[in-house]
Design a protein around this ligand. Sequence first.
Ligand code: PEP
Ligand code: MG
Length: 581
Amino acid sequence: MQRLQGIAVSPGVAVGEALVMDSEGFRIPRRFVSRDAVDNELERLEKGIAAATAEIQANRDAVAKELGQQYAAIFDTHMQMLNDPKLRSELDSMIRERHYSPEYAVSRTLRRYAKVFQGLPGGAFSERASDVFDIEKRLLRNLLGRRREELSTITSPAVILAHDLTPSETASLNRNFVRGFVTEVGGPGSHTAIVAEGMEIPAVVGVGPFLTDVSGGDLVIIDGNQGLVILQPDEETVARYRHEVEEERSRAARLETLRDLPAQTADGVQIALLGNIEFPYEVDHCVERGANGIGLYRTEFLYLSATTEPTEETHFEAYSRVVKAMGKNPVVIRTLDLGADKLAQMPSPDEERNPVLGLRSIRMSLRNVPLFRTQLRAILRASTLGDVRVMFPLITTLLELRQARMVLTDVMEDLDEHKIPFNRDLKVGMMVEVPAAVMMIDRFVEEIDFVSIGTNDLVQYSLAVDRANKDVANLYNSCDPAVLRLIDMTIRATNRASIPANLCGRMSSSTTYTQLLLGLGLRQLSVTPGAIPEVKRLIRALNLPQCQAIAQKALLMENARDIKAYCRDELKKVAPELTQH
Ligand code: PEP
Ligand code: MG
């Protein structure tokens, strides 16, 4: 049994067989072969080794010709290792006696070899370990025949263990079979994490290198509440976690009774509890849990899961589905927020050195007006179907906001000309997720109908911490006093201007911060659909004056750790049974 600590990004517990994708995207299966298939499998191994040897030989000859014999020596080492009789006899006996598949035998044996080199003092032999991994990959490529097996085509229950998953790979995972996932890299605010939450599968990211310790088919536990991953758990641990899975199920069932009750504090203050969604189907999760609307529809996921550029009709269909499902409740459609880690097939002029500071989000829309107009037309057309609102992401300057509004007005005129109906009084809002926007918030609120505070980015940009980088995850704190001041400034300005403020970053989904956020003056929270029941339950137990006192005290504190501990203590006082994510 081996316990690994990572970053908890999507709650819940999963127990299942591992499907391992290494950094090059090889799927490493543990497949036992039947007794009568052994001879065929041995032959397959033989052919695999021969093909890999031929590849290395060809490389060696090419390099020898170009650069000379001395540079080709490295390939000789690889060939010797690959054809080492000891290795061969180990592989043979694993297949013959234990009935392992050649892939599994190769991966298991060579990883063990690599570990021996890695473990030698001083790191002098780390290159040898790389050579062994190199051979493993070459051999697997020859045995498996293809790389990165389509994750979307999984047909039996599994937990995915991968070096990394992009947001679109995560989005394509088949929810019927994927029980959860773990990645070696990734930070607390990455969009991969957000997608996992939206799909409601437990996920842990940023575990660090561990894939060499695990093989496909091994039993794994993912504890998405604590950020724990347990490899090859003992029976007692499995039993404990299976029990926890049952408990979670019954807790969720108990919370279902809250669906039709209002999100109102004990002293009678009404809070709008809205859902964040990435895909239209998630609207059903919001309806099931009695959301008061959609506070954030991340439309860029239309692009991330598509192979061709979505047409106006594709946009319109997706929006219509969401708006109709929400009836009279508001639906805030955010215009494309592509770029940074949400970059898919979008053209990028050059390799971006700092994509988070680069051509992303509203900047990309304003640089590509036809694309922006297509989306705005679809939003406007859908605005006749319900209470649709439009929101611009990553607004940094007033000029940017005005440019975006100009394009919107232009599209409205165009629709008018063609007698296509739309809601002329459509509310227009902006995300507040850049410190510069907070510094200018008194001016922004004069030109906008509502704001939504995006703490995921606001934390990143105010604390200068990459939200997707595990190595600085400890510095990525939503409750940093500097962030609290920025939220406070924003809410004060919106109150003075009498326009609503929402908070749609991940912070609002955590019951740890509900009292603090209401105390700072928020009357709307937009959360991941899975968090609606717990947040609602908590809201119903709160008194506003107490929340205000908590917020005032937190604003005087000096560091994130104290603020978080204080918020946790206060949560324990009012709702000790609520888990804290
Ligand atoms: C945010 O930045 O807080 C936000 C809600 O937007 P996203 O996570 O999509 O960047
Ligand atoms: Mg954002």
